[in-house]
Design a protein around this ligand. Structure first.
Ligand SMILES: [Ca+2]
Ligand SMILES: [Ca+2]
Ligand SMILES: [Ca+2]
Ligand SMILES: [Ca+2]
Length: 130
């Protein structure tokens, strides 16, 4: 085989190789770079407070960058509220089912003393969504 032919063959092989698949760490169908909860499956991408961290990984209701006792007080005040209530705060509804209830509390507890996210959404507010 001549050298130019060999190089042409190698180039052809590289061109035919499939492009590397986009990474989707949590398997929710949203590519990592677009996913507002990188490690939490949330195909709805619901982000009620618009800080760039999806509700599913954002129990930091008061936007301080950490999930702590003050957030718990907010959750407690919203317990049992539904989207039909005038004072309903959608960002407290972590599951996005229009009710603040026990499942939201379980998710909150898992995030307690942590930080919201992580999210890789380029437009996120990094002080509220590190
Ligand atoms: Ca994903
Ligand atoms: Ca996700
Ligand atoms: Ca959010
Ligand atoms: Ca907080």
């Amino acid at each position: 085989m001549t050298r130019p032919l060999f190089i042409a063959l190698v180039l052809l092989l590289f061109a035919a190789a499939p492009a590397p698949a986009a990474t989707d760490t949590d398997g929710d169908g949203i590519e990592d770079s677009q996913d507002n909860c990188l490690e939490t499956p949330n195909d709805s991408q619901l982000d009620s407070d618009g800080d760039g961290c999806g509700n599913a990984c954002d129990a930091d209701y008061d936007q301080t960058g950490s999930v702590d006792g003050s957030d718990f007080m907010i959750l407690r005040s919203m317990m049992g509220r539904t989207s039909g209530d005038a004072d309903f705060d959608g960002s407290v509804d972590l599951t996005g089912d229009d009710v603040v209830g026990g499942t939201d509390f379980i998710i909150f507890r898992a995030q307690m003393n942590g930080t919201p996210g992580p999210s890789l959404v380029a437009t996120r507010d990094v002080s509220a969504c590190p």
